[in-house]
Design a protein around this ligand. Structure first.
Ligand SMILES: Cc1ncc(COP(=O)(O)O)c(C=O)c1O
Length: 437
């Protein structure tokens, strides 16, 4: 798009009485999940059979997901949080140990460590990708570190090469949290298939939606068995409730088969497995369309002052997957210091979509400073730890400095350039004309 001149027709901002940039009805441009008759049939079948707590559809879903993800072992979960907790325990995260995780992301990527008696050493993020900074990991590794959790934040793949090299050097595991990036690629490799184990939420707002569910994927049989032993007691045998033979081969796990070692029940509801199977059949096509639509949006905004795309470089072999929860960088200095709140208001007045990004650095939250969750008489974060890893204000400066610098942007589900261009224009108009209007 060519820049429009100040004073040109259409340059008066809607917030100041001009005509809004978005005139076309959104229709189903943003509707998610897309639920078709095939989803309904599959879910109804489970419902009518009363098979919600059975395993037949879930096993089919797991087999299909294993093929999709090119992993030997997969395990479905009632949600993504439980898949992360089981993955951590499988990797040896337990009392007195530590994980390293990014301070910016949804809490479930790290907080389950506390329930296992471990603590969290938070790492900073990179300002452009919003993912963990590989250069802020190695110095945090100590004798008790068991795992690095990485999150492909808002779809952006973490820089996995240096992270895997660090982990291999120190013989610690890497857990990829793929909840924002199902189907995304890092230099041609499928996310979730690079670390030792991948976990993904599949709640209904995610790019891969099933309702409420999670999945764990790995090529490591031992990790998979441990994850199973933690909260899938019905698969471990030796119990009245066990369906079929035990899947366990590790004698150390078989000894306790029939009861979940984590005291948790992690089984997926088969209504979600049914939805997962039908959604998976459509996902590659839907993801490709989302990528086309989102790239079209950012192409329209290329070079506009005040706003930068949060996306991988073209032809890098890395992609944004289903582009879950898309964001963009807001550069107030290029707009005369315009406060993000005012910017968002003006874009919304144009009929556009923008919001103030809501993530905050976890390390500063009181839960990670003072909360005594388990009645130890001291903060849980240090109760079992061999060192105090708490981090105060100023300790992770990039993450702490991002407030007001990141925006939610529209998440297009269909490639409709005419409409997409209007949403881009809503942003562009505010960027180009706020100062003069
Ligand atoms: C990065 C990330 N990890 C983990 C989770 C937890 O998944 P769930 O909500 O399915 O428990 C979520 C979101 O919900 C998430 O965004």
């Amino acid at each position: 798009m060519k820049p429009s001149k100040p004073g040109a027709r259409g340059a008066k901002l809607a917030i100041h009485g001009g005509s809004p940039a978005v005139t076309l009805a959104a229709g189903d441009l943003f509707t998610w999940p897309i639920v078709t008759a095939a989803d309904e049939r599959a879910v109804l079948d489970v419902l009518r059979r009363g098979a919600m707590s059975d395993n037949d559809v879930s096993l089919k879903f797991e087999a299909a997901y294993a093929r999709y993800q090119h992993r030997k072992y997969v395990l479905s979960f009632c949600n993504g949080t439980s898949s992360l907790q089981a993955a951590m325990w499988a990797c040896g995260v337990g009392r007195g140990t530590e994980i390293i995780a990014p301070t910016l992301t949804y809490w479930a990527s790290s907080l389950p460590a506390l329930s296992l008696g471990a603590t969290i050493n938070f790492a900073d993020v990179l300002p452009d990708t919003l993912c963990i900074d590989p250069a802020d990991i190695e110095h945090r590794i100590g004798r008790y570190t068991r795992a690095i959790v990485v999150v492909h934040n808002h779809g952006y793949p973490c820089d996995m090469r240096p992270i895997m090299a660090i982990a291999r050097r120190h013989k610690i595991k890497v857990i990829e949290d793929v909840s924002h990036a199902h189907g995304g690629l890092y230099r041609g490799q499928l996310l979730g298939s690079i670390g030792d184990v991948g976990c993904m939420s599949m709640m209904s707002g995610k790019a891969f939606p099933t309702g409420e569910a999670g999945m764990l994927v790995t090529n490591d049989r031992r990790l998979w068995e441990r994850a199973t032993a933690f909260g899938h007691y019905e698969r471990t045998g030796k119990s009245n409730f066990a369906k079929g033979a035990s899947v366990l081969t590790d004698p150390a796990l078989i000894e306790f088969a029939g009861l979940p070692q984590g005291g948790s029940k992690h089984r997926i509801n088969q209504l979600c497995s049914a939805m997962g199977l039908t959604q998976l059949a459509q996902y590659p096509r839907r993801m490709a369309e989302i990528q086309k639509a989102m790239n079209c949006f950012w192409d329209f905004l290329e070079g506009v002052p005040g706003i930068r795309a949060h996306r991988t470089a073209k032809n890098s072999g890395s992609t944004m997957g289903g582009w879950y929860s898309p964001v963009g960088h807001y550069v107030a200095e290029e707009l005369g210091g315009l406060a993000i709140e005012k910017f968002v208001q003006a874009v919304r007045a144009e009929g556009g979509r923008a919001g103030i990004w809501g993530e905050f650095p976890l390390h500063l939250h009181p839960l990670l400073q003072t909360a005594d969750i388990y009645g130890d008489g001291k903060p849980t974060v240090v109760a079992n730890a061999h060192r105090d890893v708490r981090q105060g204000p100023g300790s992770l400066p990039v993450a702490e400095g991002l407030k007001g610098r990141v925006l939610w942007t529209p998440w297009f589900k269909h490639h409709r350039p005419r409409q997409i261009k209007q949403y881009a224009q809503a942003i562009r108009k505010v960027c180009e004309h706020y100062a003069n209007s």
